[in-house]
Ligand binder design. Sequence first.
Ligand code: SF4
Length: 71
Amino acid sequence: MTECEFANQCPFYNNQSENMGSNAEEVKNSYCRGNNLHCALYMIASSLGTDKMPKNVLPSEKDKAFAIIAG
Ligand code: SF4
């Protein structure tokens, strides 16, 4: 199982998001160790840079990612 290339810099992966939720490990299996291309944080990191990954966006919140990327 491959891990997302942004895992080291990612706030969600490192349990620093504001609302990790009770299913964080399941989310990590689905996104970080699964299909990261659908991850909101991945979209932000690949568009704006890994230093722009916010702590208030979860992998499933693509609507937030689109808004942030659109600026
Ligand atoms: S939350 Fe998204 S960007 Fe962060 S490690 Fe997981 S898949 Fe990668």
